[in-house]
Write a protein that binds this ligand. Structure first.
Ligand code: SAM
Length: 242
């Protein structure tokens, strides 16, 4: 694999996706903060609230990366709760583990695994989340089905993802920002421009908001609700495990 090779489309082959995230892992958090003007933290906090966790609960964060959403979930499960953060890319997991150590955060465990084949028994979590990982998963329905399987009946499945806004003006701004500005800044900071060219392509080709809701329902999730954030630049979908 060369330094510039990158998946041509979303839903890439897991090994290719993991190699790409492995290359940008070191600067991933910094680039996120800059490119979202710090909004990514607010979006994750909203998503974590939607999981409706209670003290003592067990939560799962799929495609957890360096663990930012998992740490938000940990705040909501209290001292007696626990959170599993699962990701495909070892370099991201290692950064998540280092952050857990720095924060003395003992409630979050970081596990290596694939969203489409979760290494957990049925009904062991009270809620499951995924943030900004769905564009990379080849079978999103399968991933939702897996999340619904490992979450106890009635528990919530929360999905946060970037979205191309529909409103005239915002859509054009979004396209310019993600196609021109973000590959430049992301490329300079991470040293891998190709990965940040993949980002807008993956958003463009990703399921629309309506399709994600359909995907969730097809996977057996119930009572799906949709919550646009920042004029629809990010969207949170919530479903309930059957
Ligand atoms: C854009 S990052 C999001 C990380 C984190 N959730 C966040 O909020 O910053 C996408 C993550 O999805 C992971 N990923 C991609 N495909 C995956 C899969 N099939 N199973 C598990 N993780 C996957 C990547 O390794 C990467 O860490």
């Amino acid at each position: 694999m060369t330094a510039t090779s990158t998946p041509e489309a979303p839903h890439g082959e897991p090994r290719v996706v993991a190699a790409m995230f492995g290359r940008i892992a070191g600067r991933y958090d910094l680039v996120n903060r800059l490119l979202s003007f710090g909004s990514d933290g607010r979006w994750r906090r909203f998503a974590a609230d939607q999981a409706r966790l209670r003290p003592g609960d067990r939560a799962l964060d799929v495609a957890s990366g360096t663990g930012d959403l998992a740490f938000e979930l940990a705040r909501r499960v209290g001292a007696s709760g626990s959170v599993a953060g699962l990701d495909l890319t070892r370099a991201m997991l290692l950064l998540g583990q280092a952050k857990s150590r720095e924060r003395r955060e003992k409630r979050v465990d970081h596990h290596e695994g694939d969203a489409m084949n979760l290494p957990y028994r049925d009904d062991v979590f009270h809620a499951a989340t995924m943030a900004f990982g769905g564009r990379n998963v080849p079978d999103l329905r399968g991933a939702f089905r897996e999340m619904g399987r490992v979450v106890e009946p009635g528990g919530r499945i929360v999905f946060l993802e970037l979205n191309r806004p529909k409103t005239f003006g915002f859509r054009q701004l979004f396209d310019f920002y993600f196609h021109t500005f973000s590959p430049l800044v992301g490329g300079l900071l991470s040293g891998d421009r190709a990965a940040y060219e993949y980002l807008p392509r993956s958003v463009d080709k990703f399921e629309s908001v309506g399709d994600i809701a359909v995907c969730m329902r097809d996977a057996g999730l119930k009572d799906v609700t949709v919550h646009p954030l920042m004029f629809g630049v990010a969207v949170v979908h919530v479903g309930v495990a059957p």
